[in-house]
Structure formats: C-alpha cells, structure tokens
Design a protein around this ligand. Structure first.
Ligand SMILES: *[C@@H]1O[C@H](CO)[C@@H](O)[C@H](O)[C@H]1NC(C)=O
Ligand SMILES: *[C@@H]1O[C@H](CO)[C@@H](O)[C@H](O)[C@H]1NC(C)=O
Ligand SMILES: *[C@@H]1O[C@H](CO)[C@@H](O)[C@H](O)[C@H]1NC(C)=O
Length: 409
C-alpha cells in the first residue's frame, strides 16, 4: 500500500531538490555492498516476483505465492500491474512494461464484483498511472486515469456534505454511505493536484483540496493533529484517537508533498504547509516519547491519554520529516527525524528474525507508574532486552523503514 502512494511524488519531488543537505546514514551491513550489487539484488527480486505473478496470476490483483493461486482484493483490475509500472521503467524492464501497458489499455473500470475503496483506488491505480506518466509520458496512461476518476472516484463526492464516501458502488456509480470515515482517507489531493496539472482541468484539484481546507476549520485538542475517526455526515471527529500510524499516516504525508508539488500556485499550498508544520510541532511536543532506554518513538493520544504504542507504519514519518527539514531548512526537524529513524532501525536490528514487528510499546519515565498499559514481568524483561515490547508480531510486508530513509545526493 505504502510504496505506491509515496512513490509518485517522491520521484517528482526528489528531482525538484538537488542540493546536498541531509544525508541519512544507512546501516553498515548494507554499506558493505556496492550500490551496483544492491541494485542488482533488488532488480532480481523484482523479476522473480513479477515472473511468478505473470505466470500464475496475470491480470488479477495479487499472486498468492505459496499456493500459486491469485486473489482480487482491489476490484480485480490488476493492482500488481499498476503498482509495478514505474518500477519497471526505473529498472529498464521494457518488455515487461510493454506487456503491462497492454493490460492497462484494456482494463474496464466498470467491471468489478466489489465496491471500490476510494482512497486505495486513488493511491494504487491512479497513483500508479500518474507516476508512470511522470517518468515516461504516454497519453494512454492519462486517458485511463481520467476514465478511472470519472467512473469510479468522483462518484464518491456525490454526498450531501460533498465529503467523499469511503466506498463507491461501481455499477451504479453511487457513493456508499457509512457511519465513519478515517482521516487518512481524506488525503486524495496529491494525485488529484497532479492530474489537474497534467490535464489542465482544475476540477480535480479543487475538489480534493477543499476537503483539506474544511479539515483546517475543525477544532482539535492538539493543534494540527486530528482524530482518525470522523462522522462523514456532520464532518466532525467522532472520538479522539490521534495516531500517525494507519488511519492517520497519509493525511500528514500529503500535506507537505502537496505543498511542494503546488509550490506557489495559490493559497491552498500555503495552507497545507502551515497545517503540516503545526502537525509536526505537535508531534514533537505531544507525541514524542523518550523510552527508559533512550529511544525516541511517536506515541498516540487516546481520549486525552498518551498511549505508548507505535509501529512499523509510523517509520515512514522520518522520511517525510527529512523532506520537510530540507525544504524549510530546519536542522531541528532533521534531528527529530534522525532520532525516530534510529529507533525504527533498532526494532528491525534487534528482532531475532531481522524483521520489525507490526506494533510495539515501551516504558518511559513519565508513565512508569501511571501508564494505562500495564506490562507483565515477561514484557518488562523483553523491554530490557530489546528496548521495545512487541505487541503484534506479524510482519505485513511493511516498507515504512525503507520509506523513512530519505537521501539527497
Ligand atoms: C484460488 O482462488 C480462487 C479465487 O479466490 C478460489 O475461488 C479458488 O478456490 C482457489 N483455488 C484453490 C485451488 O485454492
Ligand atoms: C448523484 O447521485 C444522484 C442520486 O443520489 C444521481 O441522481 C445523480 O445523477 C448523481 N450525480 C452525479 C454527478 O453523479
Ligand atoms: C513507582 O511506584 C513505586 C511504588 O509506589 C515507587 O516505589 C517507585 O519509586 C515509583 N517509580 C517511579 C519511577 O516513579
């Protein structure tokens, strides 16, 4: 999920900025390989995955790599193909890319058995098409993007409040009204702004940016940070749960990137940079937590209580902070990013499998005796050994730490 949304604009954004300001050190083991070796290893891994997908699951959303069956979790339009378009261009896999383009040309967005999830359709299908377009312009990609937006994404906005629904019933092109919508799902503006820039049609940009403007007018107990649960009918947060993890992540990520993408276009881009800066200041003062072992993590806020919980998904945030630190030229922000990235690195390094857990907690001085999470003696022992307390041992192919590394040469 994460690669696709980060991808389109990181590529664009990195090419906008070429000064060498903040370079984050990579762990030493990786340093022993030359970059050529590393690039080759990554390319072979991609080829292996693509060949398996092509052989057993081509045209479906994903390969099930143990059974060699397939599944269609994202409407069956071939999500893997759209995810892979820009990667193939970057890797110079032209034969594979041309095969993929044939699939893109014949996808019929109106044919699907399941509702479209507005946010996922936007980041994966629309983001995939546009990042490929930015790397290698081809009108087919934009034609399919506009078709997708008109047939599947814009119907989400056809609600009484104008706030897009989480899901759309594709055959009837009607929004599916729900009781809750999640903050991160409001983040459609990066793809929509780019689509407006490419097509010259401002409609998309206006629609997506207006949601962000409405959010800026809503009161929140911690400036710049919003609860992840919203009632789409009243457009108010339905309870206070602030997290930078799933449900919150893209909201914060997109504010900065949209600002950089729009730079100087109109007042919207200034508003979004201000919202991002407010959020970062509050992350620092309200969520930053130093564990008893000196590691720095971003905690959560649940109904006014600080909750010492974070996870791999949150490890994208250092990369976003570094991008912003370079953009606004702030060494403090870069330092904040670096301390967060270092503790993310430790969760990978110290786990016996070498893979970070999905979620973990920790103990800090402030909450030592008052924490709403009470740790068992076994958990406290784990904390002494590892510096964190794993509480969800799954590894869900998370690239957060990889995305968190931001490098400008
Ligand atoms: C493969 O996946 C399809 C679609 O999910 C399912 O209907 C089918 O039963 C699966 N086949 C096997 C052999 O598991
Ligand atoms: C919005 O939905 C209504 C039905 O609720 C429908 O009649 C109308 O055509 C839709 N508008 C657009 C622009 O899709
Ligand atoms: C926690 O509480 C215990 C017992 O009330 C007390 O002895 C201890 O000093 C406290 N620890 C901290 C870090 O406040």
């Amino acid at each position: 999920m994460w690669i696709s949304k980060a991808r389109c604009c990181l590529i664009t954004l990195l090419s906008l900025n070429s000064a060498n300001l903040f370079v984050v050190a990579l762990p030493h083991k990786i340093h022993q390989l030359t970059s050529e070796n590393r690039a080759d290893a990554i390319k072979s891994a991609f080829k292996h995955a693509w060949d398996g997908y092509s052989k057993y699951a081509f045209g479906h959303d994903e390969l099930m790599p143990i059974s060699n069956n397939f599944s269609d979790s994202r409407n069956g339009w071939g999500a893997t193909i759209f995810d892979a378009l820009d990667t193939m261009i970057i890797m110079g896999l032209d034969d594979e890319y041309n095969t993929a383009l044939k699939h893109v040309a014949q996808v019929d967005w109106t044919v699907t058995d399941t509702p479209s999830k507005t946010f996922e359709t936007c980041i994966r299908y629309l983001g995939g098409l546009m990042s490929a377009y930015d790397l290698r312009p081809n009108l087919l990609l934009i034609r399919k993007a506009v078709e997708l937006v008109n047939q599947v994404i814009l119907p989400a906005f056809n609600t009484t409040s104008g706030i897009p629904s989480s899901f759309v019933d594709v055959p009837s092109q009607l929004p599916i009204i729900s009781d809750t919508i999640v903050l991160a799902e409001f983040a459609l503006q990066l793809e929509f702004v780019r689509l407006s820039q490419i097509t010259g049609d401002p409609t998309y940009e206006i629609m997506a940016n207006s949601i962000i403007e409405k959010i800026s007018q809503v009161d929140t107990p911690i400036p710049g940070l919003y609860s992840i649960f919203w009632d789409p009918r009243t457009f108010e947060p339905s309870r206070t749960y602030i997290t930078i993890s799933g449900g919150g992540d893209s909201f914060y990520e997109y504010l900065l990137k949209t600002h950089i993408l729009m730079d100087g276009e109109n007042t919207q881009d200034i508003l979004q940079l201000q919202m991002w800066e407010d959020a970062v200041v509050s992350m620092y003062y309200s969520l930053r937590s130093v564990s008893q072992q000196g590691d720095v993590f971003l905690s959560e806020d649940l109904d006014g209580f600080q909750r010492l919980k974070t996870g791999e998904l949150v490890c994208f945030m250092p990369g976003n902070l570094l991008l912003g630190a370079k953009y606004v030229n702030s060494l403090e922000m870069a330092t904040f990013a670096q301390e967060l990235l270092d503790s993310c690195y430790k969760t990978w390094k110290k786990s016996p499998t070498g893979l970070s857990p999905e979620a973990w907690g920790w103990i800090d001085d402030l909450h030592y005796n008052t924490s709403n999470i009470l740790y068992t003696p076994d958990q406290s022992k784990l904390f002494d050994q590892l510096g964190f307390i794993p509480n969800d041992l799954r590894y869900m192919l998370r690239p957060g730490y990889g995305v968190g590394n931001f490098r400008v040469d």
